[in-house]
Ligand binder design. Structure first.
Ligand code: HEC
Ligand code: HEC
Ligand code: HEC
Ligand code: HEC
Length: 187
């Protein structure tokens, strides 16, 4: 079959051929994307650029590092959305980090993180505020309705009082809980 034949819509085999090529490309593309997204969502991936930062050790030392209940919360559980569309959008924002990685002097040093912690923390908090701490709520699903008996009375009261307010007046998780994985800088 020649190239011209392929493009001619009246030739029924060429349309079939195009269709099957299209489907094959689509299927392969789907799996390549899934694999790439999966690979880019591991702690190892995050730590390729943040390798000299204390972030991972901080998570391990926190309540989210598995001390009490044996659960180690991964970077992406907190920092990337679960919704596939938002996930892709956020991925593109994370890709912007590539430019930062190449242009910010001394980025991958502990000194840089220490010096810029406050600013970076506030950037990170913007994401949590923008989606009402959806990542936190994904795991902590019984904070407001159906609170567990075992939750401290003080916590139950604080949560219930927040939930009574109109949705636009409510605080979001990270307004009250800063530094749940990394030390939040004072001042
Ligand atoms: C290509 C290198 C690179 C990779 C990979 C990378 N980061 Fe970053 N990250 C950076 C740079 C550079 C900054 C600081 C500059 C900036 O704000 O863009 C940063 C800043 C951050 C911040 C604070 C600023 C903000 O906007 O929230 C968070 C949180 C963060 N990274 C989390 C992650 C997580 C989670 C992963 C893994 C999914 C990851 N990073 C993978 C380079 C990277
Ligand atoms: C992947 C699931 C997961 C995500 C995401 C998650 N957590 Fe947790 N969180 C846990 C587990 C597991 C514990 C430990 C519970 C235990 O030991 O009883 C915990 C503990 C806590 C505690 C108690 C800390 C302490 O010192 O006892 C607070 C507060 C908390 N999380 C807030 C948050 C906030 C805020 C976010 C979002 C920024 C968040 N969590 C995201 C699973 C998660
Ligand atoms: C109005 C402030 C406020 C908001 C908003 C808030 N909390 Fe709390 N939370 C508290 C206080 C105060 C405590 C009790 C002190 C402590 O343990 O840190 C608490 C305790 C907790 C605990 C520990 C409970 C225990 O018995 O050990 C977890 C887990 C928690 N909060 C998660 C969340 C999550 C997830 C959200 C968002 C859905 C959230 N909180 C929203 C104030 C708040
Ligand atoms: C339990 C949820 C949680 C986990 C797990 C988590 N983070 Fe964070 N991260 C946060 C929150 C919330 C902030 C905003 C500042 C704060 O409250 O400490 C933050 C802030 C940051 C910042 C900005 C600088 C700073 O220290 O505040 C970077 C960079 C970052 N995280 C990277 C990572 C990387 C890399 C991992 C995995 C090794 C990770 N985070 C795991 C919740 C988490």
């Amino acid at each position: 079959m020649n190239f011209r034949g392929l493009l001619k819509p009246s030739a029924k085999y060429s349309i079939l051929a195009l269709l099957s090529i299209g489907i094959a490309v689509g299927v392969v593309g789907y799996f390549v994307t899934q694999q790439t997204l999966h690979a880019t969502s591991t702690d190892d991936f995050c730590m390729t650029c943040h390798s000299n930062h204390s972030l991972k050790d901080e998570v391990l030392a926190s309540a989210h590092g598995g001390g009490r209940s044996g659960v180690v919360v991964q970077c992406q559980d907190c920092h990337l959305p679960h919704n596939p569309v938002e996930y892709l959008v956020k991925k593109i924002i994370v890709s912007k980090d590539l430019i930062g990685y190449m242009t910010i002097d001394g980025f991958n040093t502990q000194e840089w993180l220490d010096a810029n912690r406050k600013e970076q923390a506030d950037l990170a908090l913007e994401y949590f505020r923008a989606n009402d701490s959806a990542n936190c709520q994904h795991c902590h699903s019984r904070i407001y309705e159906d609170q567990p008996e075992t939750m401290k009375k003080m916590a139950q009261r604080m949560h219930a009082r927040n939930f009574e307010k109109a949705p636009e007046d409510r605080k979001t998780c990270v307004d009250c809980h800063k530094g749940v994985a990394h030390p939040y800088p004072k001042g």
